[in-house]
Unconditional design. Structure first.
Length: 272
Protein backbone atom coordinates (compact mmCIF):
# COMPACT_ATOMS: atom_id res chain seq x y z
CA UNK A 1 0.00 0.00 0.00
CA UNK A 2 2.83 2.37 0.89
CA UNK A 3 4.50 1.65 -2.43
CA UNK A 4 1.29 2.41 -4.33
CA UNK A 5 0.88 5.72 -2.49
CA UNK A 6 4.46 6.69 -3.23
CA UNK A 7 3.98 5.76 -6.88
CA UNK A 8 0.83 7.88 -7.07
CA UNK A 9 2.61 10.80 -5.46
CA UNK A 10 5.55 10.52 -7.85
CA UNK A 11 3.25 10.28 -10.86
CA UNK A 12 1.34 13.31 -9.64
CA UNK A 13 4.54 15.31 -9.37
CA UNK A 14 5.58 14.19 -12.83
CA UNK A 15 2.22 15.29 -14.16
CA UNK A 16 2.68 18.76 -12.74
CA UNK A 17 6.12 19.05 -14.36
CA UNK A 18 4.76 17.88 -17.73
CA UNK A 19 1.87 20.34 -17.41
CA UNK A 20 4.24 23.24 -16.77
CA UNK A 21 6.38 22.28 -19.74
CA UNK A 22 3.32 22.15 -21.97
CA UNK A 23 2.20 25.54 -20.68
CA UNK A 24 5.58 27.07 -21.48
CA UNK A 25 5.48 25.56 -24.96
CA UNK A 26 2.30 27.46 -25.86
CA UNK A 27 3.55 30.87 -24.66
CA UNK A 28 4.00 33.38 -27.49
CA UNK A 29 7.58 33.49 -28.80
CA UNK A 30 9.84 36.45 -28.03
CA UNK A 31 10.02 38.36 -31.32
CA UNK A 32 11.63 41.56 -29.99
CA UNK A 33 14.83 41.25 -32.04
CA UNK A 34 12.99 40.08 -35.15
CA UNK A 35 10.66 43.09 -34.94
CA UNK A 36 13.59 45.51 -34.68
CA UNK A 37 15.24 43.93 -37.71
CA UNK A 38 11.97 43.89 -39.66
CA UNK A 39 11.46 47.60 -38.98
CA UNK A 40 15.07 48.35 -39.86
CA UNK A 41 15.36 50.58 -36.80
CA UNK A 42 15.65 50.56 -33.04
CA UNK A 43 14.09 53.43 -31.11
CA UNK A 44 15.51 54.72 -27.82
CA UNK A 45 13.74 56.98 -25.34
CA UNK A 46 16.17 59.51 -23.87
CA UNK A 47 16.02 62.73 -21.82
CA UNK A 48 16.07 65.93 -23.85
CA UNK A 49 19.50 66.68 -22.39
CA UNK A 50 21.65 65.18 -19.67
CA UNK A 51 25.35 65.84 -20.23
CA UNK A 52 27.59 64.05 -20.78
CA UNK A 53 25.19 61.16 -21.53
CA UNK A 54 22.95 63.20 -23.85
CA UNK A 55 23.94 66.62 -25.19
CA UNK A 56 22.77 69.05 -27.86
CA UNK A 57 26.20 69.14 -29.54
CA UNK A 58 26.13 67.31 -32.91
CA UNK A 59 29.90 66.81 -32.76
CA UNK A 60 29.73 65.36 -29.24
CA UNK A 61 26.16 64.07 -28.96
CA UNK A 62 26.75 62.28 -25.68
CA UNK A 63 28.18 59.11 -24.22
CA UNK A 64 24.90 57.20 -24.37
CA UNK A 65 24.09 58.44 -27.87
CA UNK A 66 27.42 57.20 -29.21
CA UNK A 67 26.97 53.83 -27.50
CA UNK A 68 23.41 53.55 -28.84
CA UNK A 69 24.72 54.17 -32.35
CA UNK A 70 27.29 51.43 -31.90
CA UNK A 71 24.60 49.03 -30.69
CA UNK A 72 22.36 49.87 -33.66
CA UNK A 73 25.28 49.31 -36.05
CA UNK A 74 25.96 45.93 -34.44
CA UNK A 75 22.33 44.89 -34.95
CA UNK A 76 22.40 46.30 -38.48
CA UNK A 77 19.56 48.81 -38.08
CA UNK A 78 19.03 52.58 -37.88
CA UNK A 79 18.91 54.37 -34.52
CA UNK A 80 15.86 56.56 -33.89
CA UNK A 81 15.79 58.79 -30.82
CA UNK A 82 12.67 59.77 -28.89
CA UNK A 83 13.56 62.63 -26.48
CA UNK A 84 11.34 63.31 -23.48
CA UNK A 85 11.55 65.97 -20.76
CA UNK A 86 9.91 63.57 -18.29
CA UNK A 87 12.73 61.02 -18.25
CA UNK A 88 14.77 61.36 -15.08
CA UNK A 89 12.85 64.42 -13.88
CA UNK A 90 10.58 62.32 -11.69
CA UNK A 91 11.56 60.01 -8.84
CA UNK A 92 9.49 57.14 -10.22
CA UNK A 93 10.43 55.85 -13.72
CA UNK A 94 6.87 54.59 -14.09
CA UNK A 95 5.82 58.24 -14.54
CA UNK A 96 8.01 58.87 -17.57
CA UNK A 97 5.23 58.21 -20.12
CA UNK A 98 7.29 55.68 -22.06
CA UNK A 99 6.02 52.40 -23.49
CA UNK A 100 6.82 49.76 -26.09
CA UNK A 101 5.14 51.80 -28.78
CA UNK A 102 7.59 54.67 -28.23
CA UNK A 103 10.86 52.79 -27.80
CA UNK A 104 12.60 49.47 -27.37
CA UNK A 105 15.36 50.96 -25.19
CA UNK A 106 15.76 53.61 -22.48
CA UNK A 107 19.02 55.50 -22.06
CA UNK A 108 20.47 58.75 -20.76
CA UNK A 109 20.85 58.02 -17.06
CA UNK A 110 19.32 54.60 -16.38
CA UNK A 111 20.69 53.30 -13.07
CA UNK A 112 20.90 49.58 -12.37
CA UNK A 113 18.90 49.53 -9.14
CA UNK A 114 16.13 47.40 -7.65
CA UNK A 115 13.60 50.04 -8.72
CA UNK A 116 14.79 49.97 -12.33
CA UNK A 117 14.87 46.16 -12.46
CA UNK A 118 11.30 46.01 -11.16
CA UNK A 119 10.00 47.12 -14.55
CA UNK A 120 12.91 46.89 -17.00
CA UNK A 121 15.49 44.44 -18.24
CA UNK A 122 18.94 45.98 -17.94
CA UNK A 123 21.89 45.80 -20.29
CA UNK A 124 25.56 45.40 -19.36
CA UNK A 125 27.03 48.06 -17.03
CA UNK A 126 29.31 50.54 -18.80
CA UNK A 127 30.12 53.11 -16.10
CA UNK A 128 29.76 53.50 -12.35
CA UNK A 129 27.99 56.37 -10.67
CA UNK A 130 26.78 57.67 -7.33
CA UNK A 131 26.74 61.03 -5.57
CA UNK A 132 29.60 63.52 -5.96
CA UNK A 133 30.35 66.97 -4.55
CA UNK A 134 31.34 70.07 -6.53
CA UNK A 135 32.93 73.26 -5.20
CA UNK A 136 34.86 76.27 -6.53
CA UNK A 137 37.93 75.05 -4.57
CA UNK A 138 38.80 71.85 -2.65
CA UNK A 139 36.94 71.35 0.62
CA UNK A 140 37.71 68.97 3.49
CA UNK A 141 34.04 68.04 4.07
CA UNK A 142 30.52 69.42 3.67
CA UNK A 143 29.82 69.91 7.37
CA UNK A 144 27.90 73.12 8.07
CA UNK A 145 27.97 74.28 4.43
CA UNK A 146 25.18 75.56 2.20
CA UNK A 147 24.88 72.91 -0.48
CA UNK A 148 22.82 72.89 -3.66
CA UNK A 149 21.41 69.43 -4.41
CA UNK A 150 20.51 68.44 -7.97
CA UNK A 151 18.85 65.02 -8.33
CA UNK A 152 18.00 64.42 -11.97
CA UNK A 153 18.69 60.67 -12.14
CA UNK A 154 16.12 58.27 -10.74
CA UNK A 155 17.38 55.22 -8.90
CA UNK A 156 20.18 56.73 -6.81
CA UNK A 157 19.81 56.53 -3.03
CA UNK A 158 18.17 59.86 -2.23
CA UNK A 159 17.19 58.77 1.27
CA UNK A 160 20.78 57.88 2.09
CA UNK A 161 21.97 61.20 0.70
CA UNK A 162 19.41 63.11 2.76
CA UNK A 163 20.50 61.31 5.93
CA UNK A 164 24.16 62.01 5.18
CA UNK A 165 23.55 65.72 4.65
CA UNK A 166 21.43 66.03 7.82
CA UNK A 167 24.13 64.25 9.83
CA UNK A 168 26.62 66.86 8.60
CA UNK A 169 24.34 69.80 9.46
CA UNK A 170 24.15 70.88 5.80
CA UNK A 171 21.84 73.68 4.71
CA UNK A 172 20.23 72.11 1.64
CA UNK A 173 18.91 74.00 -1.36
CA UNK A 174 17.10 71.79 -3.86
CA UNK A 175 17.89 72.84 -7.45
CA UNK A 176 16.00 72.28 -10.70
CA UNK A 177 18.78 72.20 -13.28
CA UNK A 178 22.52 72.30 -13.96
CA UNK A 179 22.54 76.06 -14.62
CA UNK A 180 21.20 76.82 -11.14
CA UNK A 181 23.96 74.69 -9.64
CA UNK A 182 26.80 76.28 -11.64
CA UNK A 183 25.45 79.81 -11.15
CA UNK A 184 25.02 79.29 -7.40
CA UNK A 185 28.62 78.17 -7.06
CA UNK A 186 29.85 81.06 -9.22
CA UNK A 187 28.02 83.83 -7.33
CA UNK A 188 28.74 82.48 -3.86
CA UNK A 189 25.16 81.59 -2.94
CA UNK A 190 26.30 77.96 -2.59
CA UNK A 191 29.41 76.67 -0.85
CA UNK A 192 29.17 73.37 -2.71
CA UNK A 193 26.85 71.26 -4.81
CA UNK A 194 25.89 67.59 -4.85
CA UNK A 195 24.67 65.74 -7.91
CA UNK A 196 25.08 62.48 -9.85
CA UNK A 197 28.78 61.70 -10.34
CA UNK A 198 29.02 61.54 -14.14
CA UNK A 199 27.17 64.85 -14.47
CA UNK A 200 29.35 66.30 -11.70
CA UNK A 201 32.51 65.36 -13.58
CA UNK A 202 31.21 67.00 -16.74
CA UNK A 203 30.21 70.21 -14.95
CA UNK A 204 33.58 70.35 -13.20
CA UNK A 205 35.48 70.00 -16.47
CA UNK A 206 33.31 72.57 -18.25
CA UNK A 207 33.38 75.17 -15.47
CA UNK A 208 36.75 74.72 -13.75
CA UNK A 209 35.28 73.29 -10.55
CA UNK A 210 36.71 70.87 -8.00
CA UNK A 211 34.93 67.51 -7.79
CA UNK A 212 35.14 64.40 -5.61
CA UNK A 213 32.87 61.42 -4.86
CA UNK A 214 31.01 61.32 -1.58
CA UNK A 215 31.92 58.56 0.92
CA UNK A 216 31.42 54.84 0.30
CA UNK A 217 28.61 54.77 2.86
CA UNK A 218 26.45 56.21 0.07
CA UNK A 219 25.62 53.48 -2.43
CA UNK A 220 27.13 53.46 -5.90
CA UNK A 221 25.47 52.01 -8.95
CA UNK A 222 26.13 51.02 -12.54
CA UNK A 223 24.79 52.95 -15.51
CA UNK A 224 23.00 50.71 -18.01
CA UNK A 225 20.54 50.76 -20.89
CA UNK A 226 16.98 49.64 -20.17
CA UNK A 227 14.80 47.28 -22.20
CA UNK A 228 11.30 45.97 -21.66
CA UNK A 229 10.68 42.88 -19.58
CA UNK A 230 10.50 39.75 -21.72
CA UNK A 231 12.48 41.16 -24.67
CA UNK A 232 15.16 38.55 -24.16
CA UNK A 233 16.29 38.09 -27.76
CA UNK A 234 16.90 41.83 -28.06
CA UNK A 235 18.67 41.88 -24.68
CA UNK A 236 20.99 39.04 -25.75
CA UNK A 237 21.89 40.91 -28.93
CA UNK A 238 22.63 44.10 -26.98
CA UNK A 239 24.73 42.12 -24.49
CA UNK A 240 26.64 40.71 -27.47
CA UNK A 241 27.16 44.22 -28.86
CA UNK A 242 28.67 45.41 -25.57
CA UNK A 243 31.03 42.44 -25.44
CA UNK A 244 32.24 43.45 -28.89
CA UNK A 245 32.58 47.13 -27.91
CA UNK A 246 34.62 46.16 -24.88
CA UNK A 247 36.87 43.71 -26.71
CA UNK A 248 37.73 46.06 -29.58
CA UNK A 249 38.37 49.06 -27.30
CA UNK A 250 35.44 51.17 -28.51
CA UNK A 251 33.80 51.31 -25.09
CA UNK A 252 36.98 52.55 -23.39
CA UNK A 253 37.49 55.17 -26.12
CA UNK A 254 33.96 56.56 -25.77
CA UNK A 255 34.16 56.62 -21.97
CA UNK A 256 37.44 58.50 -22.12
CA UNK A 257 36.04 61.02 -24.61
CA UNK A 258 33.35 62.01 -22.14
CA UNK A 259 35.42 61.74 -18.96
CA UNK A 260 33.32 58.89 -17.62
CA UNK A 261 36.00 56.81 -15.94
CA UNK A 262 34.97 54.68 -12.99
CA UNK A 263 33.84 56.81 -10.08
CA UNK A 264 36.72 57.87 -7.87
CA UNK A 265 39.36 56.67 -10.33
CA UNK A 266 40.55 60.17 -11.21
CA UNK A 267 39.28 62.13 -8.21
CA UNK A 268 41.57 65.13 -7.58
CA UNK A 269 41.61 64.56 -3.81
CA UNK A 270 40.77 61.73 -1.42
CA UNK A 271 37.08 61.11 -0.85
CA UNK A 272 35.29 63.19 1.76
Amino acid sequence: MLTLRRLARDLGGLGIVIGLLLLVSVLPPDTSLDEVKANGAIRACIPTTYPPLVTSDPDRPGLDIELLREVADHIGVELLLSPSDAIGRDFNPRHWAVNRGKCQMLAGGVVDSALTRSFLETGPPYAETGWAVLAPAPIANVEGLTVGVLTLVSGLDRIGLSSYLRANDVAVRVLRNEKALVDGLANGELDAGVTEAVLAGWLAAENGLWVAPLPDELARYNLVFGMWKGDLTLKRKIDQAFRQLESDGTLATVLERYGAARIGQNAPVPEL
